[in-house]
Unconditional design. Structure first.
Length: 418
């Protein structure tokens, strides 16, 4: 069995490497389908809206089905409806569905908690538990194939976009981390950006060092391309100083000076929450530069954290900055939002009640549930970007993660009610 598994994996990786980047997923799924005797196999990628899957490739093994070749690309959007596909991603567990004369298997394609999509297989007979385990492992390998090959092509990004991006939206998209979710041994985090029609310049970012987690949430003044350019300058400066190893105050000083000196629009500024979490102790340093205060959810109750007051970055060149800190306890949740979550119609959202209602959700689902709640009270088009960043603290830095096929299932959200 071990030798068969190694042979399947070797064939898959060889097929991925030999294929062009746009065809790597097809090549891998074809090898897997042949090895398991599948009638058909498909990869469904998560849509950028977070509310649908997109059928990117369908490879019936008789060679007669729909394919993706050259300029003849096609994508089918499948909105979440609470069915098996959504349940598979939400719970991070393989779903098996009995059909009239076949069995459908849906396996999450996930890496470190980031739900990239689903592997869908149609099998002629009910799969045995060892076969399901093999499919789950293979779906995890497929996540790495997607991550590796999307660096070389726009195909995956194209497939994930159900609506065209404006220029400002394109700029903003490039400022966000390549993965919105990450699970570590001591933490789980997820970010989300619900863009306004005219783009408000929001961003979130994070980076994991050996013993520290760095993160930021920023909101540039204005809308459109000018706001996106201000965000680009601010985020670029923060990343540059972070990578030089300076503390939060020095990061704020550098970004403040860079924005004041180089902004294309005079007087441009951005508000920000900068954070540095010590993964050994749970002590989180926080700097608030004119931003909405972060929220701490502890034992079911939420409260705004009181931090030293600072001016927004870029507003005054002579400004001094000061940081505060909070000691996180296991089970704590830190929530950072931008003012789009509370502006205009969204102000009617009972945020503390909402945070209580999503307390048991994985941050991956929690940020989207919160974004949906904002849209419900604000209408389909937001007046300002709404950005959400959720960080759960578990403790246990340095311990081995208990992951299966790319996710810690003990942290996953429960299934939706039938």
């Amino acid at each position: 069995m071990e030798s068969d598994r190694g042979w399947i994996m070797a064939k898959m990786l060889e097929a991925a490497e030999n294929a062009a980047p746009v065809e790597a997923v097809e090549a891998v799924t074809r090898e897997l389908g042949a090895a398991l005797g599948a009638r058909s196999i498909a990869f469904l990628i998560a849509d950028l809206s977070g509310r649908a899957l997109v059928r990117m490739a369908h490879v019936p093994l008789d060679g007669t089905g729909e394919g993706r070749r050259d300029g003849d690309e096609a994508a089918l959007v499948l909105p979440f409806d609470g069915g098996h596909a959504e349940q598979a991603l939400r719970t991070q567990r393989v779903q098996v569905i009995a059909n009239a004369d076949s069995w459908t298997v849906l396996a999450p394609v996930t890496d470190r908690g980031e739900a990239i999509g689903l592997l869908e297989m149609i099998l002629p007979a009910e799969p045995a538990p060892p076969t399901l385990e093999e499919i789950a492992r293979t779906a995890h390998v497929l996540a790495y194939v997607v991550i590796a090959n999307r660096r070389y092509t726009d195909l995956f990004e194209w497939g994930q976009r159900t609506t065209p991006f404006t220029l400002s939206g394109e700029i903003q998209r490039r400022l966000l981390p390549s993965s919105f979710t990450c699970e570590g041994s001591s933490f789980t985090l997820s970010g989300w950006l619900e863009p306004a029609a005219s783009i408000g310049g929001d961003t979130f970012d994070y980076s994991i060092a050996r013993d520290e987690l760095h993160f930021s949430v920023t909101d540039a003044m204005g809308h459109g391309v000018a706001s996106a350019l201000t965000a680009t300058l601010g985020v670029g400066s923060l990343r540059n100083s972070r990578r030089r190893g300076v503390d939060l105050v020095e990061q704020a000083d550098a970004s403040n000076a860079d924005l004041a000196a180089h902004s294309a629009v005079p007087g441009s500024y951005l508000t920000a929450i900068l954070g540095r979490l010590d993964l050994r102790t749970g002590v989180c340093a926080l700097l608030n530069a004119g931003h909405v205060p972060p929220l701490l959810v502890r034992d079911g109750e939420s409260r705004a954290l009181t931090l030293p007051a600072n001016f927004p970055l870029g507003m005054f060149t002579e400004a001094d900055f000061h940081a505060g800190e909070v000691a996180l306890r296991p089970g704590d949740r830190l929530v950072v939002v931008t003012d789009g979550v509370g502006e205009r119609h969204a102000a009617s959202l009972d945020l503390p009640a909402m945070l209580r209602s999503i307390a048991d959700l994985h941050p991956r689902e929690a940020v989207r549930a919160l974004a949906d709640a904002v849209l419900d009270v604000s209408g389909p088009k937001l007046a300002d970007d709404a950005t959400l960043f959720i960080l759960d603290w578990h403790n246990g830095h340095g311990e081995q993660r208990h992951s299966s096929a790319g996710a810690d299932r003990a942290r996953a959200s429960t299934a939706l009610p039938a």
